[in-house]
Each structure stands twice: as C-alpha cells, then as structure tokens.
Write a protein that binds this ligand. Structure first.
Ligand SMILES: [Cu+2]
Length: 458
C-alpha cells in the first residue's frame, strides 16, 4: 500500500485548473484531485476541523477538502474513468475524480459543506446525497429539485451535515445508465463527539455490479438482472484488498448496496452486530448478533465486531454466484455426465472448447484460455492452492503484531502447529446404515399414533 504522503509526492494526483465562479459564499473553485491508483489508500486524518478516526475505503480513497471561511469545500468531477476490476481486466466506467466509485466524503456532524460538481460526461447528470437531511433544493433529483447539470457545467450544493452516520451519493439523472456505469460514492458523517460510536478501524465500500461481456470493456447499460461481475467498489476478487485488523481491535465495516439485488454479507470466525443503517445508529438495546446480514437494494449497513481471532477469515456475499466472475455464468450442469474423451474430439473442431465440472466443479483447475480482458470465474491463489472465488469476496486478516492504523497486507496467516484441518491417513471403514429412528410419518408406534390423532382433534 502506498501511504498518502508518498502518494502526494508522486504523480497520482492532478489538479484541474481553478477557475472563478461568482456566487454568494462560493468564491472560487477548489482543486479537483484525482486518484490513479487502484489500491486501498491510507486513511486521511483530518488536517483541520474537528478530529475523528477516519475511515478506510476498500480499494479507494477519501477526497481532500479545502476549508474556506468555516465551510468544508469539496470538488467532485463526474467523468469517464478506466477502472482495473482486478489484474487482467479493465473496464471503461463513469465515476468521479478518476475512479469508480468516486472518493469517500468525510465530514463531521454539524459541518457546513459545499460541494462543487463538474460534469465531464457526454450527458447531463446530478448528485443525490442519499440519506441526508438537507434543503429540498439540494437533494439532487434532476427535473424535480434542479435542472440537470449539462456537460461542461459546474453546480454547487451546500448544506449542513446534520446527522452522524453512513451515507452515499449517486446521480439522479439517467439513473439506470449512470449507475450501471459505476457512478456512486460513499459518505461518512462522523459524530461531533469523537467518543461516540468509537471504533479502532472503520472500513467502507459499496457493492456494485456490471454486465461486461468477456473480451469487452464497457458495461451493458440496459441489463436489469443478468449482471456477470459482482464487485466491491468496482473490484472483483482477487482484485479486492484484504481488510486488515489488529487483534483485539473494535472493527466497523460499512457497506451500501447500489446493485439491483440483495446481498447477504457473511463474516467467518466472528459474530457481529448491525449497529447502523442509512437511517442512523441503531440503539444498543435493539441490536442482535449475526454472522450474515442482508443488505437490500439502496440500503446501507454498518456492522461491528471485536477482532478477537487471529487468522485470514473469509468475508463475502453468500449468494454463491456473486463470488464468481464473468465466465462462471450461463454454464450447464455437468455433474454426473461422463464426457471423457469428448472434449478432445470437439477440440478438433472448436479449439478452445472445454467441458466443465463433470466431477462436481473445481473450476479453479480449469486453466482455460480466456478472451483478452476478462477474469477467470473462480480464482485467487491462497497458501493452500486455488481459493476458487471471484466477485464479492475478500478476507479479514487479523494479526497480533500490527501497529495502530497499520493497514498493510500482512501476507498469509501462519497457522500454529496442529491447528489446520488435515488428511486422514489411517485405515478406512465400510459405510454402515444408520439405525432407524422413530419418525412420526413412518412409525408404527401406537403411542405416537395416538398423539398425532390428538393433535388432529384440536
Ligand atoms: Cu451478492
């Protein structure tokens, strides 16, 4: 991971020319910084304003701001971007400030915020600030609360971030196209009192989905259901960075769903509580333990857990086709079909033909030739071989020896001796039939029969 300081020293950030706009309050256009790197950037500790523990955006970054007469000023640029989905695949998306999703906006409860939005897309756009309490005219719904921002134009939004919590932003203009192209971003309003809702590590990402034919670069924007790339912050595993935690830390992960379907998000090795939604913080008495929580379309969830258990823990959407990349979709079931020799014969006719999974899968073994610019459907190399996952999958890596705010990938977990599942190499035994037990539907036991009769008379 490149530190933010290194990054500023490097060439990753380009400033747009600052031109003057004349409007009450807004006196000049702040620099618009852009991000060229796909890796998770170090958190941005606030250089001014009230203090807080900043969030870490998975494979993303936080947008720096300018303080002008007590107002936090941000400059978002809606523009076409090239996003690496994972090594081996890039996509032509639309996003903000060089990336899809756009940068995370972090402010503090009570902050006055001014957002300049420049449109460099070929069509009009707007930004809706999902979940915020703001003047109606700042809500960003094209046609309803404002005219669309035409190409080349800059609009100014201004409001007070009244409520602490978890929010997002996205266009309310040609929505199906603009969201299918990756236009969205995360927003966190930290509480004014930094002791409230305090955690040691706070990670954020958006769930998104694309329909990009293998070999092509641009999402199909009219897809309603059959998306073939399931992503966290427009990255698919193995392109998603690990969520790195120090053992004992209190960890929050916040996510928002801007796909067209729900995602049951599942964490291994720990239980967590859902502590917040886009509606605010959930009172302590109303929280319950989970290891999987569903996030519906347009919703956000904040989960919290104590990172007590060292290891590399899977963290993923529990819909199994959402942990597969493009090539895993629309393939027939071949389990039980013996087609030994068939592939070779067909290969003489169709060179790249392959048969899939007749022994129940292990797609990880299938090193089939891929078209340029797509991802193997289930992949990722782990310390024990192929992880056989793609899409919405990553790991939560928990280690003892980490410094506070160290988010560098510590590599694979070194398991203590005798703590890894192992192969049985002793003698085998024949399979025996389990003894029959009394099942109400098959038993001849008169007592049970009577009981069942009793029930039917009630
Ligand atoms: Cu899912």
């Amino acid at each position: 991971m490149v530190s933010r300081r290194d990054f500023f020293m490097g060439a990753g950030i380009a400033a747009l020319g600052a031109s003057m706009v004349s409007r009450v309050g807004a006196t000049s256009l702040p620099e618009a910084q852009t991000m060229a790197l796909a890796g998770t950037q170090a958190p941005l500790f606030p250089p001014n304003g009230r203090p807080y523990q900043p969030v870490v955006t998975l494979n993303g970054w936080t947008l720096p701001w300018r303080m002008r007469n007590g107002v936090k000023e941000f400059h978002l640029v809606a523009e076409p971007v090239v996003r690496e989905i994972a090594p081996g695949m890039k996509a032509n998306l639309w996003g903000y400030n060089g990336q899809s999703p756009g940068p995370t906006i972090e402010v503090v409860e009570g902050d006055r915020v001014r957002l300049f939005v420049t449109n460099k897309l070929p069509e009009h756009t707007s930004i809706h600030w999902h979940g915020q309490h703001l003047p109606n005219g700042m809500d960003g719904v094209t046609g309803l609360t404002q005219p669309g921002i035409q190409p080349g134009k800059t609009f100014v939004y201004e409001f007070v971030a009244k409520r602490p919590g978890t929010f997002m932003y996205h266009p309310h203009a040609d929505e199906m196209v603009q969201m299918a192209m990756g236009m969205m971003g995360f927003w966190v309003t930290h509480p004014k009192n930094p002791a409230l809702h305090k955690v040691d590590r706070d990670f954020v990402f958006l769930l998104n989905a694309y329909d990009i034919d293998p070999g092509s670069f641009t999402p199909k924007v009219n897809t309603m259901l059959n998306f073939n790339l399931w992503t966290l912050n427009s990255r698919a595993f193995p392109g998603i960075d690990p969520i790195v935690c120090r053992q004992g830390d209190r960890v929050r992960i916040r996510f928002g769903n801007l796909t067209m379907t729900n995602h049951p998000i599942h964490l291994h090795g720990h239980d967590f509580e859902v502590t917040g939604t886009d509606g605010g913080w959930i009172p302590k008495s109303a929280r319950w333990p989970e290891v999987t929580t569903d996030v519906a379309v347009g919703q956000m969830r904040a989960i919290e857990f104590d990172a007590n258990n060292e290891g590399d823990w899977a963290f993923h959407c529990h819909k199994s086709h959402h942990t597969m990349n493009a090539m895993g979709h629309d393939v027939p079931t071949m389990i039980g079909v013996d087609h030994r020799g068939i592939a070779e014969k067909i290969n003489q006719l169709i060179p790249d033909y392959m048969t899939m999974g007749e022994r129940g899968g292990s797609m990880g073994d299938m090193k089939m030739p891929l078209p340029k610019n797509t991802l193997p459907m289930m992949t990722g190399q782990g310390p024990f071989g192929d992880i056989e996952m793609g899409g919405m999958f990553t790991t939560v890596k928990i280690r003892k020896e980490l410094a506070r705010n160290d988010y560098k990938d510590p590599g694979w977990y070194k398991h203590p001796e005798n703590s890894v599942a192992y192969e049985w190499t002793g003698p085998t035994v024949p399979t025996t039939r389990a003894p029959a037990t009394s099942s109400p539907s098959t038993t001849n036991d008169p007592v049970l029969k009577v009981r069942r009769g009793d029930h039917s008379h009630h």
